[in-house]
Structures are given as structure tokens and as C-alpha cells.
Design a protein around this ligand. Structure first.
Ligand code: NAP
Ligand code: ZN
Ligand code: ZN
Length: 362
């Protein structure tokens, strides 16, 4: 395979023109011996891509190339790389580097490293700004590159690299398993994978959504019960029944946290993975929290160890996120971002046809 001198990507150049992108050419950062170069095959569209593209997290450095549910083929490996080899099919999620030396990095908590480099819009010490998976190639440190089990199809596994691990990590860290009752709230890209993984881990699953509209889908995904939070007293029937609830919504608007906390068993936990628009906050009535000795916690992505565990479980249990494919182009990205933003997706877009689009340009 011929090796490219520069990479190409579809970039957001102005948040005001969301969801429009433009094709740009960029130089990757300097190659070092722990690096892996990947020719991208497909990439999921995460709720975070929508926030970042729209400017919901504030102004992003431009060109802003989002996408962090990446699957592709290894086309170059540095001399120190041991975990993957040329030609391997691999995935990359929302993190591409960390210091590798701090307590967090050494303790399988590298997603909490204070020097984390995210897949896009993060700055390396030398000033290089990272660019994500809406592009032809990506250069990533080996620790953040994952060989994909053969059983998992590229398009289907892509959403696991951010969305999947983001819910898998708090599930396993908070004891999801047989005999546990787990609530998953916000049945979007991450929430629907939450149902799939919580079931695969052997738990009983309660899906919670803002209306009745996702009831059949949630039950078909494997949920045992469904609650629509727009109904009066929606929480009454399930009061005090959950060991763990994970908030997977993209917004806290209209979220009555006290109603969620009423669902917890004694010593139950409510974990949020939401990363809403800047300024959105949750408020809690501590009397409701103390009524079940509840805990509120949160979670970010997952560690390398957990990503490998998730991929193994997905291969073993044949876990398949529900996806809609769109070929990558300015038109395709615009449709995916716009529809993802309005919740018009069942349940994750995956941009495809990378080789056709990018190879034809060269
Ligand atoms: P998504 O596919 O867009 O799904 C979001 C879901 O949130 C919707 O399907 C909807 O579910 C619910 N929701 C609640 N209020 C909403 C509102 N006002 N507008 C639209 N949807 C609303 O997003 P996602 O990819 O699952 O991501 C969810 C959140 O996790 C985002 O904020 C994202 O940035 C964040 N995230 C966090 C991490 C982390 O490490 N912590 C990693 C990745 C993403 P119902 O219709 O069922 O209510
Ligand atoms: Zn570190
Ligand atoms: Zn993401």
C-alpha cells in the first residue's frame, strides 16, 4: 500500500455553519516509534461529535475534524510497537495519548490522566492539534489502538470505541452482573449500547426514555422494563428497585434528578456519563439522596483493559449495536450530524465508503 504524505479530512471551519464541513488536507504530527498509522475504513458519529461541531462545548480549534469511533487497517508501525502489526484491522476511540507515567496511567485509569490527548481538538506540547476520524488516515500511539476480534464486523464494532466503552466502563465498575437491576436512561447511541451490554453482563435492565416512542426498540434490544419519563409519577412503580442507574442523555434539560434517585435501592448508585452543552447542571435534593443512602458518580470513556474486555464480550455474545450507514462526503456528514442532533437515528450513524471517497481523490 502506498504511503500518503498528507492526510485529508472533512472539517468544521465555523460552528455557525453547522452541520457543514469542508474537505481539507493536513500534515500528521511527526511519526515516532510508538506510533501506528491507520487507513480509516469507517467511523461512528457520537453525540460528542455533534456537541463539538455545533460549538456546544465552546469554540474549537479549526480545522475541527471530529469522529472518534474509528475502524481501519494498520499501514505503518513504529519500531517499538508490539500490540498490532501491518495489515491488522484495528479500532481507535476518543483518546489517543496520555503521559503513560502517572498513577492513573499505571493503574488502568489512563482516561483520567491529566495529560490526556483526545482524538480531536487536543493540543500536543509542540502545538499540534489532533484531528479525528472524518478523515482518510490517523496516526495514534499504540496504547490507544485495538486489534478487533474477527467476529466483529467493522461498521458494527465502530460505535463501541467511544459510545460502547463509555457505558461499559461504569457498568462493570459499579458491579453490573447477574442479580443486579440496572436503569439506563437516554436511549440514544450510548444508551442503546448500555441496554445491550447490561443484558450481556447478566443484569435485569430498565430502560428510561423521555416518551413512549422507544418502548418497542428498547424491549427488542433486550430491556426487561420500560419507563417513559414524560408521564406523571413515572417513577412510582419502580421506586427503590435499582442497584445502578446510568444517565446517558445528551442534555439535562427537563431531567428531574430526584425522580431518578427515588428509583435507587439502599446504597444504590446513579452514574452520569452525559457531557451536555456548557452550563447545563444537575441539582439534587439531598433528602431524596439520603433516603436511600444513594451515591452520585460519573464516568469518562474506559481504560485499555476495559476496551479489550468489552471487545471480547461483544465477540463472545454477538453484541451488535443498531446502526445506520451513510457514505462519507460533505453531504453525508451534513445529514448524519443534522439527524443525530435532532435524535433522528436508530441508534448510531456510521460513516462508510472511506476508500471509495478518499482513494478517488488521489
Ligand atoms: P445521542 O445518540 O444523541 O443520544 C442522546 C440521547 O439523549 C437521546 O437519544 C435522548 O434519549 C436523550 N436526550 C435527553 N435530553 C435530550 C435533549 N434535550 N435533546 C436530545 N436528546 C436528549 O448521544 P450519545 O452519543 O448517546 O451521547 C450522549 C451523551 O454522552 C452526550 O452528551 C455525549 O457528549 C456524552 N458522552 C460522554 C462521554 C464520556 O466519556 N462521559 C463519552 C461519549 C459521549 P431519549 O429520547 O431516550 O430520552
Ligand atoms: Zn498519565
Ligand atoms: Zn464519543
Amino acid at each position: 500500500m502506498s504511503y500518503p504524505k498528507s492526510f485529508e479530512g472533512f472539517a468544521i471551519l465555523d460552528h455557525k455553519t453547522f452541520p457543514e464541513t469542508e474537505l481539507v488536507t493536513f500534515e500528521p504530527r511527526e511519526f515516532i516509534d510508538t506510533d501506528v498509522d491507520i487507513k480509516i475504513e469507517c467511523c461512528g458519529v457520537c453525540g460528542s461529535d455533534v456537541h463539538a461541531a455545533k460549538g456546544g462545548w465552546g469554540d474549537m480549534p479549526k480545522p475541527c475534524i471530529v469522529g472518534h469511533e474509528i475502524v481501519g487497517q494498520v499501514i505503518k508501525v513504529g519500531s517499538a510497537v508490539k500490540s498490532v502489526k501491518m495489515g491488522d484491522r484495528v479500532g481507535v476511540g476518543a483518546q489517543v495519548d496520555s503521559c503513560g507515567e502517572c498513577d492513573r496511567c499505571k493503574d488502568d485509569n489512563e482516561q483520567y490522566c491529566n495529560q490526556s490527548i483526545w482524538t480531536y481538538t487536543s493540543m500536543y506540547e509542540n502545538g499540534y492539534i489532533t484531528k479525528g476520524g472524518f478523515s482518510s488516515y490517523i496516526r495514534v500511539r499504540d496504547h490507544y489502538v485495538f486489534k478487533i476480534p474477527e467476529a466483529l464486523e467493522s461498521k458494527v464494532v465502530a460505535p463501541m470505541f467511544c459510545g460502547g466503552i463509555t457505558v461499559f466502563s461504569p457498568l462493570i465498575r459499579n458491579g453490573c452482573g447477574p442479580g443486579k437491576k440496572i436503569g439506563i436512561s437516554g436511549i440514544g447511541g450510548i444508551g442503546h449500547m448500555g441496554i445491550l451490554f447490561a443484558k450481556a453482563l447478566g443484569a435485569e435492565v430498565y430502560a428510561i426514555s423521555r416518551s413512549e416512542s422507544k418502548k418497542m426498540d428498547s424491549l427488542n434490544l433486550g430491556a426487561d422494563y420500560y419507563m417513559a419519563s414524560d408521564k406523571d409519577n413515572w417513577n412510582d412503580e419502580f421506586r427503590g428497585k435499582s442497584d445502578l442507574i446510568i444517565l446517558c442523555g445528551s442534555s439535562f434539560t427537563g431531567v428531574n434528578l430526584d425522580a431518578y434517585l427515588s428509583l435507587l435501592k439502599v446504597n444504590g448508585t446513579l452514574a452520569s456519563i452525559s457531557a451536555p452543552t456548557v452550563g447545563e447542571k444537575l441539582s439534587v435534593d439531598t433528602m431524596v439522596l439520603s433516603a436511600s443512602s444513594g451515591s452520585i458518580t460519573s464516568s469518562r470513556l474506559g481504560s485499555r483493559k476495559e476496551i479489550i474486555q468489552m471487545l471480547d464480550l461483544a465477540a463472545q455474545k454477538n453484541i451488535k449495536p443498531w446502526i445506520e450507514n451513510i457514505p462519507i462526503s460533505t453531504v453525508g456528514i451534513s445529514e448524519a450530524l443534522r439527524r443525530a442532533d435532532s435524535g433522528d437515528v436508530r441508534y448510531r450513524f456510521v460513516l462508510t465508503d472511506y476508500h471509495k471517497t478518499f482513494d478517488e481523490m488521489n
